[in-house]
Unconditional design. Sequence first.
Length: 316
Amino acid sequence: MSYVQHARNFHGLPVLTVPPYTPATLLPDAASVAWRLQSGRYPTDEDSDVCWERFTGTVELEKVRALVLGYGMDSVSRLTDLSSRLTGLEAVFLGDIEDEEEMISSIEQSDLTPLLEAFPGLRELVVRGGAGLEFPVAGHPGLRALRIESGGLPPQVAENVAAADLPSLERLELWLGDEWYGGGTTVEQLARLLAGDRKPALRHLGLQNSPIQDELAAAVATAPVVPRLTSLSLSMGTLSDQGAEALLHGQPLTHLAELDLSHHFLSEEMMLRIWTALEPAGVRVNLIGKQEPDEEEWEDDDEEDGADGRYIAVAE
């Protein structure tokens, strides 16, 4: 399974790649779709300037609710320049790029501060790629959903998101990634998030795609933020029986509607224990994607660092 694919739906809307050579009269209502822009790729095969000019010249920008920016689109500066016309914009997806186009660890992003300041009505933000990414501690008053997909999220970004003032945020997903690709976030850097600071509306938390998934599970087991959640995801990482044991011996999770542990390294016995503890209480437990450790022989120095063949779902 590929976790890095083009969005087909975004912000509750079907995604439509801006079609070439189509008169405005034949386009759908601007508010009825999420508009996807890309350059140098089929079906447009245009450079970014031409793509932006065609989009801004044919679509009623004031009615646009959602934008998905794909391959070759210089994004934040263009969007902020159009903020006076994109007055109804509620959702942005930066970097909707598949592996065949560019590996996730190579997708360049930038400082998101100008974007968040320019669009006070923004409700949903998805970012794919962590290289060059920055996130402001000042946060955003209206943002309700934030997902950052990365093979290696810069630790400072994770720490800033954890500390950011996001009073309306209901859903947060962070793909933390591997230090070899720019990651390396520690549990300590997520302390304010786990404490529940500055995000009173949070109901879904995803700390995903991490090589320290057992440590995260142990921290979540006692985290003050957990009782207010309705769903929790520790998926895509290196979760083993050790981390699952911490969850089972921590605070109750029976109030959750869903617990996602997919792509895991749990034993059959542990899977049964989790299922038995939570399913009768009505928790939907996702244990799909049981992995087996890589059988590659590890060097002694790797073994001293705890390497045991477990791997995250998305890295390069």
